[in-house]
Design a protein around this ligand. Sequence first.
Ligand code: 2P0
Length: 325
Amino acid sequence: MRATAVANANLALVKYWGKRDEGLILPQHGSISLTLEGLETRTLVAFDPSLEEDDIRLGGRRVGSPRRVQGLLHIVRAMAGTDCRARVESENGFPTAAGLASSASAFAALALAASRAAGLELEGAALSRLARQGSGSACRSVYGGFVEWLPGSLPDGSDSFSVPLAPQDHWDLPVLIVLVRSGAKEVPSSEGMRRSVETSPFYPVWRQQAEKDLNLLRQAIAERDLHLLGRVAEENAMRMHAVAMAASPPVLYWSPGTLRVLEKVRALRREGLHAYASMDAGPHVHVLTSRDCAAALEAELAALPEVSEVLVSGPGPAARLLGAE
Ligand code: 2P0
């Protein structure tokens, strides 16, 4: 009746940006990500007949009734045929306060721990589908290495889940996570996506281009072609932000530090270093590089006054169970 699972965050190289079904969390188009080493969420779920309501703690602090966590627990209860309430204890091993996204690792770990604690043996597509219903990007964190989320077309979402493209050890691809100082609170990504789909004049073009980017990125991964991967990932990220900026009202995730890092990445690239940038729904910048350039790049970026911290990551493992009883 209890299980503990760990899952890693992921960086989308071709981004998921827009839903076709808000309730089931079904995307408008496919996406491809890299699961990230070292950025982990650890979650314990214990079903306990003595509880009258779910007891959910994040980082040791009790939180009221987070709608999405309870939604996922309800799905698991329905699948397992129980109405037993659960204790959930979740810890992030990386700085969430700095604004790094944690929903992918959080919901992948929750899906694995909750399903196992309820006596379900979900793996692969079934586990990915469950994680997706907590947070879209979580369906990719079920696998390690390079992962593709197949958008599917069925209204019930049964064909919308992730598949592994290449394992963690396929490519030693360092990723620097450059945390920039920023003050303003961001628009949540689900709201940014909704506004983009409904109001951005660029949205139809974004959707079409995503298909082209997916094809190029699959090729770059298969051939371990850093130039192609970096170019596609950087252009895709810039387009996602352009789509969001063109929404009404506009959604702007960047801070001055974001531009400073982008400028530096370009300058270092002109000097011959391998460096390509990607930004999610926030001001921080992920920089894709090669092993021989990583240390020099890290030093250059950490020296910028707008940068508070540089985390070094790379391809990470699949979601895994630490224990179940
Ligand atoms: C991604 N992002 O592909 C994109 C790129 C942010 C930018 O998925 O509403 O927390 O839970 O499905 O997964 C972040 O959004 O959104 C995200 P929901 P999620 O990684």
